[in-house]
Design a protein around this ligand. Sequence first.
Ligand code: ATP
Ligand code: MG
Length: 427
Amino acid sequence: MGESIQAVRGMNDLLPGEAGPWQALESAARETFAEYGYREIRLPLLERTELFKRSIGEYTDIVEKEMYTFTDRGGESLTLRPEATAGIVRACLSNGLLHNQRQKVWCAGPMFRYERPQKGRYRQFHQIDVEALGFEGPDVDAELILMSARLWKRLGLTGLTLHLNSLGTPESRAVYRARLVEYFRGHAEVLDEDSRRRLDGNPLRILDSKNPAMREIVAGAPLITDHLDDASARHFEGLRARLDDAGVGYTLNPRLVRGLDYYSRTVFEWITGDLGAQDAVCSGGRYDGLVAQLGGDPVPAIGWALGEERIVELMRLSPGTTAEATVDVYLALAGEAAERTGLRLAERLRDALPGLRVETNCGGGSFKSQLKRADRSGARLAVILGDDEVARGVATVKPLRENGEQRQVPLEGLAATIAAERARAPA
Ligand code: ATP
Ligand code: MG
């Protein structure tokens, strides 16, 4: 026997019985997006490496050290997507979706980053992502944030805080950047290695440093919000007024710069106090320059992405969240005639009672062992069928969760009996 093969580090299996909160999150998101008129888009997991280098930015964690990049058999450099926005913009451009049109889209799926695996941080993780392309804002900025707030409400998640900032335009940022470089140069001796390297490449990223030793110097740095151009300042006020109108609270956080280069103006993050160090559950921002940067005509755009693993963890922590649905009825079958009749009977039940979850016993076994399986399945009812029952046109219905008489029911009346049981004590 060979040694068993392990999963890749930082990549998780989602096992049977664990999918409940994932399914609840994904369907709540799908319903919420539909309510705002956002449509689904599904894209390849692999893109040309160039796409991410040109969009995310050279001096970012992702491009510097986190991408899963390889050369395919044709000699082309490809990268497993580390985030969704670049691919969405690429798809909009290559399919002409921004010619005299605007788009409100969402997508969901796995992302890949070569990070140090720890709680809430994995190498394959999952995002749900929303983007609005072709909108100047700040109305759409507010809409996107309201949509995220509605999703939290739907999921019963309280205790998330919205952090909000504006990064201005590339021009206003250049002025700020010069001030920042001057400030950090004045404190060069306390900068860590990452920060020293970023000083020339992208000094704003120093503000995003996760190194506690950098906290003090970051706290004393000049604030970007003191350097906004007039139009960006008005845009930011407009967003804040709309959030105020809607009663969505927020914390102004002038040090929130976000880890990707393409953002401009609005940036935000939903933060939780319940997950330890990995506290950002949803992050987003405006990227007015990205479409042009990737070769299109300039189109303003904004989006956000939530981390499914982190949201699922919050759902597990909050009481009364969704367990995976169990079956309603377990069909125990013994004998050749019973097995063949049983398979057809299960189909008839599914026809008659849409949504009913019926598990058919497969692979035989004694009634005793089948009833054990029935019990483990979580079913409320067992339907028992042997060859002599088939001959008499009846089945035995046995309640498994509550005290109740087991009784014989004609096969034609079985659906009605199950429907009555369902109505009596809904799951
Ligand atoms: P962080 O600051 O935690 O590294 P980030 O700024 O890199 O997050 P984004 O690129 O904005 O994150 O991705 C959006 C969301 O995806 C984050 O808010 C987070 O919830 C989730 N996320 C990011 N990286 C990971 C990861 N490696 N594992 C699990 N979730 C992640
Ligand atoms: Mg990160």
